[in-house]
Write a protein that binds this ligand. Structure first.
Ligand code: FAD
Length: 489
């Protein structure tokens, strides 16, 4: 029989789990604190510009097809997907530019130009990445790990050595490539998983299969189209979607939650699924006897970076940019150190610059560009008003210098979004943008559990939980949690 389920948080994770649970016949209410749905993937519209506030890389399209397939739908029922070519453009120091084309031949040619036999080395590298990806998809990503032994199953033990779980990604890549540019192209995606390549398991070389073999895609209209698609599904299956509805605590009976308290009301619940930041739910929404993880646990976690973001509306076209642009500084360790070792505002930072108006005329007015600048910075960094402005000025000059094109005089929309905004808008622990880093001991069974150990009718989904950070990952988590509720509630 259907149960009353309250979902906390309306990002991709909350929306995707709410739709699945409603389809299972439950009576689902979703409470989102902000006025808009989408969470970190909210859309900001102003003066004819449409800014995706968070994710902009649409990767692993098969995961999205699988998710919508659960409803008998396809992604094309909701949005049109475009394959990007080039996949992305990289700016190295001294204004060297390398495009990574979409075709296999083009990618091999690009690597051959970076180092002797770079093409042959890449073929070998991508072969092992594909192998790991296939195992991850079959054995690993869609599984629920309630204890260590469910993780260490026979396949994981026998195939584990070939997954290179214990080597670091940086060392592993060095076995194949000498050239720092080639290595950076194969390692940069770790920042998307909130970690430095020097501290990430080589298992994550699968990320190169994800971008170089599976391609980089773009939903026309922007990543907000996915928020709309999930919202439509929720509505179709009768989910009650409440915005501006901040959850402030729970009522309990015999260690079970009986109701969810918001700033405006109280909702009876047989089951609660929290997709809000895990640390926020545990530390601030649950009373202390009901918390699974003590404060020392959170203080000892390696949190993923926060971000310094600029949303920019540019009143002219820019000629030097592709859709996705990356800058890798010569000594990128310096930048990683300011994130993970000695927190500081980075100088000569690596950055990601998205210009979706190159592909999609609907995200900027005619003859103008929509720019999104992202610089990873340390979680918890102080960001007083004067520092935000100062760093924005520095970052803009830096970007102009790197891309070899000026645009500051044409800026007509500018918004800074950084550490304290993540903390205020999403209740993000230490203002992290991405949640918990994907280190070895924060992967799979070592991520916070999908089900509370203290409150049996409380479940968790979203980027803190397995499989982790990223849009495809939270869609997978929605499936895992729906299955878990079916098995255990
Ligand atoms: C800048 C940036 C760029 C990214 N780029 C990419 C990318 O290109 N590709 C990719 O795949 N992934 C990317 N990611 C990661 C991806 O966006 C996230 O992993 C994913 O969106 C997380 O979704 P979520 O629902 O778990 O969390 P969230 O989106 O944070 O949703 C949680 C929701 O809970 C709400 N909430 C919190 N507390 C309460 C409360 N007390 N009551 C009610 N509601 C509450 C929050 O307001 C929020 O809406 C990026 C992330 C960021 C920040």
């Amino acid at each position: 029989m259907g149960k009353k389920i309250v979902v906390v948080g309306g990002g991709y994770a909350g929306l995707s789990v709410a739709a699945l649970l409603a389809k299972e016949g439950h009576e689902v209410t979703l409470c989102e604190k902000n006025p808009d749905l989408g969470g970190r993937a909210r859309v900001w519209k102003t003066k004819g510009y449409v800014f995706d506030m968070g994710p902009s890389w649409y990767l692993m399209p098969e995961v999205f097809e699988r998710y919508f397939g659960l409803f008998g739908k396809k992604t094309r029922d909701f949005y049109e997907l475009k394959a990007l070519d080039p996949l992305y453009r990289i700016f190295f120091h001294k204004k060297e530019i390398v495009d990574i084309p979409a075709s296999r031949e083009g990618i091999l040619k690009a690597f051959a130009s970076l180092e002797k036999n770079g093409d042959k080395k890449l073929i070998a590298y991508l072969k092992q990445a594909r192998y790991k990806y296939d195992i991850a998809m079959k054995e690993f990503l869609y599984k629920e790990y309630s204890h260590l032994f469910s993780f260490l199953n026979w396949k994981m033990i026998t195939q584990g050595t070939q997954l290179h779980v214990f080597a670091t990604l940086d060392r592993f890549v060095r076995k194949y490539f000498h050239d720092h540019r080639a290595r950076k192209i194969l390692e940069y995606a770790m920042v998307f998983l909130g970690n430095s390549p020097k501290n990430s398991p080589a298992l994550y070389s699968i990320m190169s299969h994800v971008d170089l073999n599976l391609g980089v895609w773009y939903p026309m209209g922007g990543m907000g189209m996915l928020v709309e698609a999930l919202t439509q599904l929720c509505k179709q299956y009768g989910v009650t979607l409440l915005t501006g509805e901040e959850v402030i605590g729970f009522e309990y009976q015999n260690n079970h939650i009986t109701a969810v308290k918001t700033k405006k009301s109280t909702y009876l619940a047989d089951i609660v699924v929290s997709s809000a930041d895990y640390a926020h739910t545990e530390r601030e929404l649950l009373s202390s006897p009901h918390q699974t993880y003590p404060e020392a646990y959170w203080q000892s976690r390696i949190m993923a970076p926060s971000m310094f973001i600029l949303y920019l509306g540019i009143n002219k076209r820019l000629k030097n940019l592709a859709h996705h642009n990356l800058y890798f500084s010569l000594d990128w360790d310096q930048h990683f150190d300011t994130i993970f070792k000695t927190p500081a505002w980075p100088q000569d930072p690596c950055f990601y610059l998205s210009c979706p108006s190159k592909t999609d005329p609907s995200v900027a007015p005619k003859d103008k560009e929509n720019l999104f600048l992202l610089i990873p910075i340390a979680p918890g960094l102080e960001d007083p008003e004067d520092m935000r402005h100062q760093y924005a000025d520095y970052a803009l000059k830096h970007v102009e210098h790197v891309i070899g094109e000026s645009f500051q005089e044409a800026i007509e929309v500018k918004r800074v979004f950084t550490v304290s905004d993540y903390a205020n808008d999403y209740h993000a622990f230490k203002g992290t943008a991405l949640g918990m880093a994907h280190t070895l001991n924060q992967t799979a069974v070592f991520r916070p559990a999908h089900r509370s150990k203290k409150v049996p009718n409380l479940y968790y989904t979203g980027h803190y939980t397995h499989p982790g950070v990223g849009v495809p990952m939270v869609l997978i988590a929605a499936e895992i949690v729906t299955h878990l509720i079916k098995e255990t509630a």
